[in-house]
Design a protein around this ligand. Sequence first.
Ligand SMILES: [Fe+2]
Length: 231
Amino acid sequence: MKRSEINNIMKESLAFLQEMNFLLPPFATWTPEEWKRKGLECGEIVESQLGWDITDFGRGDYTKYGLFMFTIRNSTIEELKKENGKIYAEKILIVDEEQITLTHFHYQKMEDIINRGGSDLIIQLWNSTPDEKLATTDVTVSVDGVRTTVKAADTITLTPGESVNLPQRLYHKFWGKRGKGKILVGEVSGVNDDYVDNHFYDEAGRFPKIEEDEPPFYLLYDDYKDYYKHA
Ligand SMILES: [Fe+2]
């Protein structure tokens, strides 16, 4: 992706978040210059992969295949081994109409996907086979505490306020309903490491290669290593 495209997505996303009255934490608006001056006290933000995360899944067509994410809280996998570790995470996502997040599952992370307002979110579901193919068996998920069973590759629709629990190794693909605008999507999950936890069924790249055609507006968390001196 071009940096200018990422910058524009950040500006558009900030406008949508404001429209939806969803506020981001202070580090969301630290400039790249500010990041260069930050000290060890900010290490948790970097270690826990908090912040801006925008991907086109390596397809070069963000409108069609893309996802805006901002990780608000998370931790590290090491915390899972501790008796009283921080083992939870929260993200805010923006999904546009017919904008696809490609079929994937998570090895380690269980997640709840929540429609927090705007349009309807459509989620397609499959169980996975032991060799990570799409299973043909019925899929049972919890939709706000209600056990719900669908055929393999069927979709469920989350209207504003609704959520679904997606266990590990359950394949999911999602997009916004046509003609109804953007959706603010919440994600509450176990702690996760996005560099290793995502398994895509389709050909996809999780972190875009960036063409630096202008300076970054704000940093993606994948940029911290180039700006934060303690990374
Ligand atoms: Fe997912």
